[in-house]
Every structure is written in C-alpha cells, then in structure tokens.
Ligand binder design. Structure first.
Ligand code: COI
Length: 374
C-alpha cells in the first residue's frame, strides 16, 4: 500500500473525530470553543513528559542496502526484533524528537521537521546506517501526527511529541553494520519536560562523568549517548537537582550540555552557548534560539565556555525539543551553589515566548520554520 493510500485510509478512520471549532457568541471571535469529543479522553491539564499510548505509528524498512521502502501507518504496538538485531547487540540506533502544536484556531503545525530529517541522515552516516530521505522523514512525521490528531493537546496544554527512530533491525553477530534498518515514528502527548513544570531548574555540574569525548558520537543523536548519563542524572535527581551539566572530558573545564538539552548563558547583552565541535548535540531548538536572539538584537556567540564563566553569568537557560526553553535558577559545582535572576523580564522568557509564539502560529514565522499540516 502506498504512503498516500495508507494515509488517507487511516485518516478517514480518524476523520470522524476531526477538530471542529464552534463560534461562541459569548466569547471574542479569536477564542474558539473546542468540542471535547474531538480529543482523546485524557486529563489534558496534567500532562507531564510521560508516554501515553496513541493510535498509530509509522514503519518503513530498508533491506539489502537498497533504498528505504515506502512506509505504512499501523496500529501502535510492540515491534518484533531478532535477538541478534544490530541495535540490541551493538547499539546501532538513532532517535529524533520533534513536536506537533495546535494553534489557537485549531490548525496543526510542525516545527522544522526537515532539520530532524537532516540530522538523522548525518547521524546515520556516523553510525554506518542507511537512512530515509528527508522527504520521507518529513512525510512520516506528518502522517503520524495527523493519524494521531486526537492526541494533539488543546492550545496551551502541551504538544504531541513525535519520536522518529532509526534502528539496525537486521541480525548481525560479528561487529559490523546490520543488514536491515527500520525507520519507525511514534507519538505521545506531552506537557512540561521537568517535573516541576516551568519552575527554574537547579542544575548540577558533574565532575566525574562525561557525556561525550572527542572523536565519539556526542554530536549525533545516537541512542548510545543516553544510557551512560543515567547514573549521573539519577544521582543528581536524588539530591533534588533537575539535570546534570557535563564538562569536556579533556580539560574538565569547558561546559558542554545537559543530559537532555543544550545550555546558554547571558551576560549583559551577549548570549553565549558552547560551540558544537563534535561532542555537543546540534540542537534544533538551540539553533532556532540563536537565530531568534540575533533577530531580536542580541549578540550571540558560539564558543568554548569555561565553567567559571557560567558561574558568573547574569542568567542561564537550557534549550531542547522536549524542554523548549527553561530558565535555570541555580548551578552547583564542587559544592558551590550560585543563584541566577529569575522572572518574567528575563532574556530566556522573551526567547521562550517568541519561540512558542512562532511554533503555534501566533508570531510571524519569517524564517519559514513552521509547516502547517491540515
Ligand atoms: C528531545 O529534546 O527531543 C530529546 O531528545 C531529549 C530527550 C532526553 C527527551
């Protein structure tokens, strides 16, 4: 079944639940009323960043070193894998994260999905994997979002987090690239990433564990970058911290990123973030915030940043697809805790509001980042 046929078949099943907007005379014309029956029956007011099972996922395969076949939507469910799959034995896998947002008028938007597709291709090259074309990637994200439309949260309640995966699914015993790859996209409605919502983060700078090393795979979204930081994250969370900031593994001096997001500091009118030189993920939110900040007239620098400079900043914030833009309230390093200004007038708040405004179609999208998918 072709993508097109598959998508229309699936959407007609979902079509009965499609969003409709009722004009409400008691409200201003800009305040639509959303009918409950158009949404999945969950508590939209208490979404965290947990997995909620949605209706459909997308799967495409690539065998014998050929191109990826056309993918199909199927019911969301478990996948069958050989015990000898490359991903299970040697960690040959990449993931992505992107989001679908509902605008105030009910329209559905994706944010720069092509950038995730490009990043997956770069990661696949590093990990010796076959990858889908950017067009197939974006098409798969669109199909998965629309098929799961009833799970896209109402305006202001969150977003549909979309998780594309690329895995070495073929069996391989000797250390070698897998003979088959699977591209899979699933989705889950989410709210704030951190458990305390939008409260400023308390970050811990780890002096023992490193996230990535020069020549490693820290610059791509390999699944192998995430399990090794769990120990540091769990230890920090037990002590009440929100996340961990890692230092470079050579000098143990320059900040790199946090476990789940990139990091920025503000000093005067200058915003700085570590340059991505192979050990730091090229965050799509990171790049978007650099562009938004430049548009707003800030000087933005990408360079090496010593931990001492972070401790002396006026303001610190983190960025990521899951995290969006999160203000940092404190950083603890070698037993010393510094606290930063927080409040509505913060640079991070201005950047956050601008980013979200663009993502939900409320602020002019002058870079053409937003893709409407109705
Ligand atoms: C994302 O921001 O999309 C990520 O992949 C981070 C992950 C740890 C949730």
């Amino acid at each position: 079944m072709s993508n097109m046929i598959c998508a229309s078949f699936t959407l007609s099943k979902v079509g009965a639940r499609r969003l409709t907007i009722q004009a409400a005379s008691a409200l201003r014309a800009t305040e639509p009323v959303f009918r409950d029956e158009e949404y999945a029956d969950i508590d939209w007011n208490n979404l965290g960043f947990g997995l909620t099972r949605t209706d459909y996922m997308y799967v495409a395969k690539c065998t014998e070193n050929k191109e990826f076949q056309q993918g199909e939507l199927s019911d969301y469910g478990n996948v069958e894998l050989s015990p000898a799959a490359g991903v299970l034995n040697y960690g040959q896998g990449l993931f992505e994260g992107t989001k679908a947002f509902r605008g105030d008028d009910g329209r559905v938007f994706l944010f720069r999905p092509d950038q995730n597709g490009i990043r997956m291709q770069i990661g696949a090259e590093r990990m010796c994997m076959r990858s889908p074309s950017v067009q197939q990637f974006v098409d798969a994200v669109k199909q998965t979002s629309l098929a799961n439309r009833r799970w896209i949260p109402p305006p202001g309640k969150g977003s549909l987090y979309i998780r594309p995966l690329l895995i070495g699914s073929g069996p391989i015993l000797g250390l070698s690239p897998a003979p088959e790859y699977t591209f899979l996209v699933y989705a889950s409605p989410v709210g704030n990433y951190f458990k305390n919502g939008m409260a400023p983060l308390n970050l811990y700078v780890d002096n023992e564990f490193h996230r990535a090393t020069r020549g490693g795979a820290g610059g791509v979204k390999s699944i192998t970058n995430y399990a090794p930081v769990l120990k540091a994250v769990l230890r920090a969370k037990e002590q009440g911290f929100s996340d961990v900031v890692y230092l470079d593994s050579v000098h143990k001096k320059y900040i790199e990123e946090a476990s789940s997001c990139n990091i920025f500091l503000v000093k005067g009118n200058v915003i700085s973030t570590p340059a991505t030189i192979g050990t730091i993920l090229e965050g799509i939110t990171r790049r978007s915030i650099i562009d938004i900040a430049s548009d707003l007239g800030y000087q933005v620098e990408e360079r090496c940043i010593a931990i001492d400079e972070l401790m002396e900043a006026d303001e610190v914030f983190t960025t990521g697809t899951a995290v969006s833009v999160a203000s940092v309230g404190s950083i603890t390093y070698k037993g010393q805790r510094v606290e930063y200004k927080i409040g509505d007038e913060m640079v991070s708040q201005i950047l956050h509001k601008t980013l979200v405004g663009i993502q939900v179609g409320r602020i002019e999208d002058k870079h053409n980042w937003v893709v409407e998918i109705d």
